[in-house]
Design a binder for this molecule. Structure first.
Ligand code: UDP
Ligand code: MG
Length: 321
């Protein structure tokens, strides 16, 4: 019997989890021809999420969990999940029921047909402001222009991944993760299905404008060095024009003299060049920061407990019985 894992990163989801479990178990029980594993990754929640998971585990032996030592963010929580899932394929979904479990049978069907990565595309972005929609559209356009890989719009982390994808993702252990990009980068046979996302059932979304901005920057700088090139090109163009203009000023001064005039254009040139330089340094800094984080070689997450068993530092998931 093939085994299907469901991977759910959770951060402060004590209210959503019972509802999620109810819907999930209905969906899962309807397909008895697979073995099931429901793996919750508790991403350092500060509410009773872990207790809820533990009590669910007492009712249902298919439930497993990994408890992280603190909040490492959804990206790293997902990686922890990839390390610990045991199924032949894995469905990644959010805990807040925005990813409807009734899509799982359809995903499995495509998986049986030989697709390795069945991803769900949002039909519309629910309850998002006009500005956020516009900005995200603009961002994806820019991202796909700059990177060589097509990063799909409106496709989140709700997807079914074959074992081969999981093994690949486990080996991509970059600290500044941007899974959306990794899924597209790794390739494999992909299949799209569409769904209408619901609203969060309980709790609050932890994403705010700042964290979205951070994730967007991560997406850009971990997938393309195009911004570096932009600053190089701007640098070349600006210095060339500065040189031409300088030559013109020099010749003019030689021919006609220049008694203290020219203060305004000196200022303009100075400010402009200063701006371009700061921008370029900023871009360099972004990449430098990525290199800095990567060279520290810290693990992307620390697991504290797996299914009631304490985990010692850096014990590999496969070493656990
Ligand atoms: N999540 C997590 N760690 C975090 C933030 C979020 O594991 O630091 C989980 C959260 O519990 C949920 C999923 O990631 O299952 C998506 O989070 P959320 O609903 O806040 O994001 P949104 O749906 O607004 O993109
Ligand atoms: Mg959500």
């Amino acid at each position: 019997m093939k085994k299907v894992s469901i991977l759910i990163p959770c951060y402060n989801e004590e209210q959503s989890l019972p509802l999620l479990y109810r819907e999930l178990s209905v969906a899962v029980n309807a397909i008895p021809r697979y073995g099931w594993e429901i793996l919750f990754v508790n991403d350092g929640s500060c509410d009773g999420t872990l207790d809820v998971i533990k009590s669910l585990r007492k009712q249902d032996a298919r439930i497993c969990y990994v408890d992280l030592s603190r909040n490492f963010g959804k990206e790293n929580a997902m990686l922890a999940g990839f390390d610990y899932v045991t199924g032949d394929c894995t469905v990644v979904m959010d805990a807040d029921l925005q990813h409807p479990p009734h899509l799982i049978p359809q995903m499995l069907q495509y998986w049986e047909e030989g697709f390795d990565d069945v991803y769900a595309k949002r039909l519309y972005r629910s309850k998002e402001s006009w500005l956020r929609k516009r900005l995200s559209l603009l961002y994806y356009r820019m991202l796909s222009k700059m990177t060589k890989i097509d990063i799909l719009r409106d496709v989140g982390d709700f997807r079914l991944l074959d074992r081969c994808c999981i093994e690949t993702l486990k080996r991509l252990r970059e600290t500044e993760r941007y899974s959306k990009g990794l899924f597209c980068w790794m390739g494999y046979r992909k299949k799209e299905i569409v769904f209408e996302p619901g609203d969060r059932v309980a709790g609050r979304s932890t994403w705010n404008f700042k964290s979205l901005l951070q994730l967007s920057l991560e997406g850009l700088t971990s997938y393309t060095t195009a911004p570096l090139r932009i600053s190089t090109f701007t640098g070349i163009i600006v210095s060339l024009s500065a040189f031409v203009y300088g030559f013109y000023v020099f010749v003019k001064a030689l021919l006609y003299g220049d008694p203290v005039q020219g203060y305004p254009n000196t200022m303009i040139v100075m400010l402009f060049l200063g701006g371009v330089q700061l921008l370029s340094i900023g871009i360099l800094g972004e990449y430098l920061a990525r290199i800095f984080h990567e060279t520290k070689r810290r693990p992307p997450y620390i697991a504290r407990e797996y299914n009631d068993e304490k985990i010692t530092w850096m014990k590999k998931p496969d070493e656990i019985a």
